[in-house]
Design a protein around this ligand. Structure first.
Ligand SMILES: *Cc1c(COP(=O)(O)O)cnc(C)c1O
Length: 383
């Protein structure tokens, strides 16, 4: 098999390029740790590090000083364990039936969220003759995962057979500062913790770290904000930008008023227009829903914001460059970067930045940058 093209070759080939700034990622972790001072700052790296690559992401966070990680799946935990032999790793989705041995052998701590999970972990620990660690997930209103506080008294007995190392719960709408639910959940969590043996406690995701009540407790668990997403929607983003995505122009054409563009002719030129076709589509994570609304999502090209016209297709999109500076075949355009944040693209596509990040495509070139990039590259090479 021929070697993969180098970053320079990718550039020369006009490939779409995803850049990931690991220096900015590390800086974001330090900012969040500083804000939650007094609490330990962990990192949530589920879904392949929110789509940015769990290897380089974990390596950069480890170098920054992060010691505790959360993944969603046990398989993600097994991968992370290889990269981070010393780290504490929690598995948020809990304990699948008959999987306890895999957790224990990989040194992964399940986040136990139901009585059957607690019973199974306790039973395994008794038979294994070792009180392996686990976290206890309490549901305080999300009604998704976690113990009903009414079941705590019964669960407490089983906890004697293992080592409960963290009590946690998860906010319903921490990104909304004014939601009365935030305070209610904090109260419910405190009450629930009172029924558990004493252990460290954790409540905050990214947005929770910015709540005025500062419910940092012993450990905070940011994900999204690490990757540059805005944990305070509606206010200026306090985080540094991590992700950039550029594509290139394949063709430029002039069309008269009345012509349509794209599949099914869903857009009609209102006047003479200049269009550019770019080499990026929904298979690359440029969401098709960004071309369904009244005005398409913006691409930054030729010094201006240029809307997508017609439907985004699998490998291609069409943008209206009539108001932009001169653009020609091979020129680069910005999909994500200094002019368009992950949250901006998400808003235009009717979704959230989390979905944009985790939907980023697999086929374009990825370039890791920043101070930790070299170390991360070394790890990826070994993996
Ligand atoms: C995903 C997740 C987080 C991280 O949330 P962000 O909003 O990305 O910071 C924290 N805790 C739990 C339980 C999660 O599922």
């Amino acid at each position: 098999m021929p070697d993969l093209p180098s970053p320079d070759e990718n550039r020369a080939l006009g490939q779409a390029i995803l850049t990931i700034d690991l220096g900015a990622l590390a800086e974001n972790w330090r900012r969040l740790a500083g804000r939650a001072k007094g609490a330990e700052c962990a990192a949530v790296v589920k879904a392949d590090g929110y789509g940015l690559g769990i290897g380089p992401v974990a390596r950069a966070l480890l170098a920054a000083g992060c010691k505790t990680f959360f993944v969603a799946h046990v398989s993600e935990g097994v991968i992370l364990r290889k990269l981070a032999p010393e780290a504490q790793i929690f598995v948020l989705n809990g304990l699948p039936p008959r999987s306890a041995k895999i957790f224990a052998r990989a040194g992964l701590a399940p986040v136990l969220g139901s009585s059957p999970e607690i019973a199974e972990w306790a039973d395994f620990c008794r038979r294994d003759g070792a009180p392996h660690p686990a976290a206890i997930h309490i549901d305080t209103g999300l009604n998704r995962l976690g113990l009903d506080p009414r079941d705590l008294a019964r669960a407490r007995e089983a906890m004697a057979s293992f080592t409960p190392v963290l009590a946690m719960s998860h906010f319903v709408s921490a990104e909304d500062q004014s939601a009365p639910r935030n305070h209610l959940q904090i109260q419910r969590f405190f009450e629930a913790c009172g029924q558990l043996p004493p252990m460290p406690a954790s409540l905050c995701n990214s947005s929770g770290i910015f709540l005025e009540e500062r419910p940092f407790l012993d450990l905070v668990r940011p994900g999204y904000a690490l990757y540059g997403g805005n944990p305070t929607p509606g206010s200026e983003n306090p985080m540094r930008r991590v992700v950039g995505l550029t594509a290139t122009v394949l063709q430029v054409r002039d069309i008269p008023a009345g012509e349509t563009a794209g599949y099914n002719g869903r857009w009609t030129a209102p006047s003479r227009r200049k269009l550019a076709t770019i080499n990026l589509g929904y298979a690359d994570g440029f969401p098709r829903s960004g071309s369904i609304g009244e005005i398409g999502a913006d691409v930054y090209a030729g010094g201006n914001y240029c809307p997508v016209v017609g439907r985004i297709s699998m490998d291609l999109s069409i943008i209206d460059i009539s108001e932009a500076g001169p653009l020609a075949r091979g020129d680069r355009v910005e999909i994500l970067g200094p002019h368009i944040g992950v949250d901006d693209l998400a808003a235009e596509a009717g979704t959230i930045g989390y979905e944009i990040l985790t939907g980023l495509g697999k086929r374009y070139a990825r370039e890791y940058r920043g101070e930790a990039a070299a170390a991360a590259a070394a790890i990826v090479g070994k993996a």
